[in-house]
Design a protein around this ligand. Structure first.
Ligand code: MG
Length: 385
């Protein structure tokens, strides 16, 4: 026998927690389509994301380090895969819909610009008077509008539950002051799990990359970051004669495990305390259910401020972010001043009356670091700070 969509839907019915989202109960797609005989709605969405152009380009987009700095640092793609793996694990522990978690996680950074947050900040500044630029909103724009391979609809026509999961994907790192705290309606637990996994993944892998690059020093971390000190004590208690790379790996692994396990346990207590028993309770709950305890959150915040001061503000990182911003600004100006240089598909949108600056930002946001660099070299040969 073949295991088909109905079988998987029955499995979901039987085995997922009552507050999980079920694909059989999906509110559908903007442009109605016949159901796939073998895949659930969310499995199909996941496949559309992995086969998208924006997803492939994540490989050549910066996380913190510009990719030419070294082969082993995280890129936006490996970050996405780490978030997905952690989120699936957490979602599974909580009885949630793992396919939906995976789908939201794989798509969560599709709207990220080249050169990491530096590129996002630059485009936001350039578009300030026409609504700015924000990578979560852009991820949604990519899947709803910018991917174009289907004849009957723009974008990927994903299920509403996936789009909602993307729309409300906010982390403290995003600190977008345009989103007032009371405006945030908490999304499905599946989307909340992706948020927490994102925060957990970037903190731990930036720490890892920061040490591997030589910018962060493990002795400083022991002195200034109590989470790291705890990890170090555990590592020393169970192992001896580790070289520095093994110590780093052991400590980072400890921290990921701690954040995952304590995060899931605290979230489960919150769920019970808030009386969340069925799916409707999730949406009616005025607070976030999936989170770290306030105590752990405060300790992670101290680690984050250490990373801000010692890593993101280090001259070796700043020099890349400042240069990335310059390349993006100059390329943006070149295209805005000469819209006829845009590829015909983009230029057509300008002719049809779309805001040319938004079209240029969409075009640049989808570029990889390498492409921005080479296109800049072709179009703007002289250095002009
Ligand atoms: Mg992310």
């Amino acid at each position: 026998m073949l295991y088909d969509r109905r079988y998987f839907e029955d499995q979901e019915q039987q085995f997922l927690a009552p507050y999980a989202i079920r694909s059989r109960g999906s509110r559908g797609r903007r442009y109605p389509e016949a159901l796939d005989p073998f895949r659930t709605a969310f499995q199909r969405d996941r496949d559309r994301i992995v086969h998208s152009k924006a997803f492939r380009r994540l490989k050549h987009k910066t996380q913190v380090f510009v990719i030419f700095e070294g082969d082993h640092f995280r890129t936006r793609l490996t970050h996405t895969l780490e978030v997905t793996q952690i989120a699936r694990h957490m979602g599974r522990m909580m009885g949630l819909n793992e396919d939906l978690v995976e789908t939201i996680a794989l798509a969560h950074d599709l709207g990220h610009t080249p050169f990491g947050h530096a590129g996002e900040d630059m485009l936001d500044e350039l578009l300030h008077d026409i609504g700015g630029f924000e990578h979560n909103e852009q991820s949604k724009r990519v899947v709803e509008l910018l991917e174009n391979k289907y004849p009957h609809f723009p974008g990927l026509n994903l299920s509403i539950e996936v789009l909602e999961g993307l729309m409300k994907h906010h982390t403290p790192f995003d600190h977008d002051e345009r989103i007032a705290a009371e405006e945030i309606v908490f999304p499905s637990l599946e989307a909340q799990v992706v948020n927490l996994a994102d925060q957990l993944a970037y903190v731990s892998h930036d720490l890892d990359d920061g040490i591997a690059s030589g910018i962060l020093n493990m002795d400083d971390l022991v002195t200034h970051v109590d989470l790291w000190r705890e990890a170090q004590l555990v590592t020393e208690r169970f192992t001896t004669n580790l070289n520095p790379a093994q110590t780093r790996f052991s400590n980072v692994r400890y921290l990921i495990n701690k954040m995952v396990n304590e995060g899931v346990q605290f979230s489960e207590r919150t769920r019970i305390n808030r009386g969340v028993e069925v799916l409707e309770d999730v949406f009616a709950c005025p607070d976030r259910i999936v989170s770290f305890s306030p105590e752990l959150e405060a300790r992670i915040a101290r680690l984050q401020s250490f990373l801000n001061e010692r890593f993101y503000q280090d001259y070796r990182v700043l020099k890349m972010t400042i240069n990335g911003k310059r390349l993006i600004r100059e390329l943006y100006n070149a295209f805005v001043n000469n819209v006829e240089m845009l590829p015909s598909q983009e230029y057509e949108k300008v002719l049809l009356g779309d805001e040319p600056r938004r079209i240029v930002a969409d075009y640049i946001a989808l570029m990889t670091d390498n492409y921005v660099t080479s296109e800049h070299g072709r179009l703007i040969p002289t250095q002009s700070f």
